[in-house]
Design a protein around this ligand. Structure first.
Ligand code: GLP
Length: 265
């Protein structure tokens, strides 16, 4: 794991965007991007959107796959992840909506939708770079604590912690769906590169457990320790509980350019 500690959310977004843009450019013309919802990646998306607007980056041919979706929200519901991805990713980044995929949380046969989603990812040759946030309980995607480290796309019950965290987007917790359809940890682990972003003191415990704790289903994000190409980009408050923060800072300071601290192949 490469841990990069940034002084601001803007710097974190820009560095994470450097990494994502480099992988997508390398993988062109058939690049595949894995996208996450939530507030954590917004600065990253913003930085990518600026590059697209300036003509530095063209993502029209990039296929994208979302990590997860609520089960049971009507299509077009403003808080469905399909709507959120459209507003925060597809439009600002200039992606082709026909190439953007979100699990079908409103499908009548959820298990078939889960299998179909895995096939869609496989059919494009897998994800080149997966963007991740992390929940305060260590979840990635919607893989809640005790998720199998080998899990595939499936229906999951949301924890009350997650429902309560996400209630801010709804008219109260009663409106937050109880279930979701999420890529599994095994699915996420097949992405070639992974870039995880986190900001704020409320993520400090999750980041410490994910980076330095034991690999354990109680912190699902800790499975990333077994992946060879993971970059964790955090701000100072999110890094506050990392015992080796000084080591990560020194490692980063000795590497002058982003490409030079790419994770070892
Ligand atoms: C949500 C999403 C995750 C996201 C996480 C953190 O529930 N399913 O993909 O990473 O929770 O969200 P935020 O970035 O808003 O803190």
């Amino acid at each position: 794991m490469e841990v990069v500690i940034c002084s601001s959310a803007g710097e974190a977004g820009s560095l994470a965007a450097d990494k994502v843009a480099a992988v997508l450019t390398d993988a062109a013309p058939r690049a595949v991007l894995g996208v996450a919802t939530g507030s954590s990646p917004l600065a990253l998306y913003n930085s990518l959107a600026h590059r697209v607007a300036d003509g530095e980056l063209d993502l029209r041919d990039v296929a994208a796959f979302a990590l997860d979706e609520y089960v049971g929200l009507a299509p077009g519901h403003p808080q469905s992840y399909a709507s959120v991805i459209d507003a925060t990713v597809t439009r600002p980044l200039g992606l082709d909506p026909n190439l953007v995929h979100v699990p079908e949380g409103f499908a009548s046969d959820i298990e078939a939708a889960a299998v179909a989603y895995e096939e869609e990812i496989r059919d494009v040759g897998g994800i080149d770079v997966q963007i991740l946030g992390v929940g305060v309980n260590g979840h990635i995607g919607f893989n809640e604590p005790t998720s199998s480290l080998a899990s595939r796309t499936r229906i999951k019950t949301l924890t009350e912690t997650t429902r309560s965290d996400n209630a801010r987007f709804f008219d109260g917790i009663d409106q937050v769906p109880t279930h979701c359809l999420t890529q599994g940890l095994g699915t996420i682990m097949e992405a070639t590169e992974i870039v995880l972003v986190a900001q704020g003191a409320e993520k400090a415990d999750a980041i410490a457990a994910l980076v330095e704790g034991p690999v354990s289903a109680i912190c699902p994000g800790s499975v990333l320790q077994l992946h060879r190409r993971v970059t964790i980009v955090v701000d100072e408050p999110a890094a506050a509980k990392l015992s080796l923060a000084d080591y990560y800072r020194a490692t980063f300071a000795k590497k002058p350019a982003w490409q030079q601290f790419r994770t070892a192949r």
